[in-house]
Write a protein that binds this ligand. Structure first.
Ligand code: ADP
Length: 396
């Protein structure tokens, strides 16, 4: 194991995921998460080679959760001394951040300027950064942004056809998300294909609870399906993705809904959950669909159809296609959705290798298309490794 490790932190409003990573090989020494922060049920789960421990931390806030993590780390001989940098996942970097940044007081001020773009995520990210800087004042802290990778999108891809002043005066434009995952997967796709990343045109589908697709040319994002927020684009677990923009107005005017109720529908009650009426979890929906639950079958049909359409449309900015890559929990595991999407994209020359499709699940990387036509790859993502590598670059 390397003598320098990185603590990677991913803070949500009531949860905090962490991992201590050897940035030279990606090995995780310890990882876990604190959940239900600031409630009586707050708890910290830590996993290591020795197993899993659960520690109640009633009413803990982010700061105390990080102190508790440090206590756990201190129990492992010599481990805390090996942590040489902290990497923070930050959801929205607006137009201010094109790459990962070393955090100082000025960076925090800039991060606050992006808060209005991701009011659910960025404040929690900043809370985590401030708590971690208190606990580790002498280590370099690095912010790694979900949006930064997409800052290479040309204006035609990122400006909405709205009054231009809304962009100029208020930053209303497409930003895109999952950038850290796309950066890793694009590099790995080149390794898998034995080619140089700079010469590859790929469409990458990151399919988790939130799902997006990106067109990547020579390692640079040209366009992506998520927009100003992580709701635009394909069908998500509970978010609707792209819909007629006048539907919210209709719901307010004709069904007397408040904007909060509309927002609740668009973000929390739509997507796979909304259509199936059953679950936002793809695995549960596949099981129900296999048992003839009709709305689950419809949810999977809509999901695959919209995904295939989005993938095809993202070949436009590339002008060619070397590889389609699946990643994220659904992309890495759902043989059904991958198979269905590839079938619908046969006109692009994609041809499924059914046996390889069955093989590439649960972390198995590989090619799932036949040798003819563009490659279809499954590449398990590793956002934590990217964050650790970016943070390690600032170790003095
Ligand atoms: P997050 O966006 O929260 O990081 P993940 O990338 O972990 O989410 O993806 C979660 C999704 O992956 C869930 O919908 C889950 O059902 C799905 N998934 C995991 N394993 C399978 C599987 N074997 N078959 C189908 N879907 C799966």
């Amino acid at each position: 194991m390397s003598e320098s490790l990185v603590l990677v932190l991913n803070c949500g409003s009531s949860s905090l995921k962490f991992a201590i990573i050897d940035h030279t090989c990606g090995a995780e020494v310890l990882h876990g998460q604190a959940e239900r922060l600031e409630s009586a049920e707050a708890s910290l789960t830590v996993k290591s080679a020795d197993g899993k421990t659960n520690i109640p931390i009633a009413n803990a806030n982010h700061s105390r959760a990080i102190s508790e993590i440090v206590k756990v780390v201190q129990r492992v001989d010599g481990l805390v001394e090996k942590i040489k940098a902290v990497g923070h996942r930050v959801v929205h970097g607006g137009e201010l951040f094109h790459k990962s940044m070393l955090i100082n007081d000025a960076t925090i001020t800039q991060l606050r300027e992006c808060e209005h773009l991701a009011p659910l995520h960025n404040p929690a990210n900043i809370l985590g950064i401030e708590a971690a800087r208190e606990v580790f004042p002498d280590l370099p802290h690095t912010a790694v942004f979900d949006t930064a990778f997409h800052q290479t999108m040309p204006s035609k891809a990122c400006i909405y056809p709205l009054p231009y002043d809304l962009y100029k005066d208020h930053g209303i434009r497409r930003y895109g998300f999952h950038g850290t995952s796309y950066r890793y997967v694009s590099q790995q796709a080149a390794v898998e294909l034995g080619r140089d990343e700079s010469e590859l045109a790929t469409v990458i589908a990151h399919l988790g609870n939130g799902a997006s697709v990106a067109a990547v040319d020579g390692g640079k994002s040209q366009d992506t399906s998520m927009g100003m927020t992580p709701n635009e684009g394909v069908v998500h677990g509970t978010r609707c993705g792209s819909i007629d923009p006048s539907i919210p107005e209709y719901l307010v005017q004709n069904l007397n809904m408040s904007m909060d109720e509309v927002s609740d529908i668009l973000w929390k009650k739509s997507g796979l959950l909304g259509i199936s009426g059953l679950s936002n979890d793809c695995r549960s929906i596949e099981e129900a669909a296999a048992g003839d639950h009709e709305l689950s079958q419809l949810a999977l049909e809509i999901y695959s159809y919209r995904l295939a359409k989005e993938i095809a449309s993202l070949v436009v900015p590339l002008g060619r296609l070397d590889a389609l890559v699946f990643t994220g929990g659904i992309g890495e595991n759902s043989t059904l959705i991958r198979g269905e999407v590839i079938r619908q994209l046969g006109f692009l020359g994609l041809e499924l290798d059914a046996a390889a499709n069955e093989r590439c699940i649960r972390g198995q990387q590989g090619r799932i298309s036949t040798e003819s036509g563009p490659a279809v790859l499954v590449i398990p993502t590793n956002e934590e490794l990217m964050i650790a590598q970016d943070a390690a670059a600032f170790i003095a």
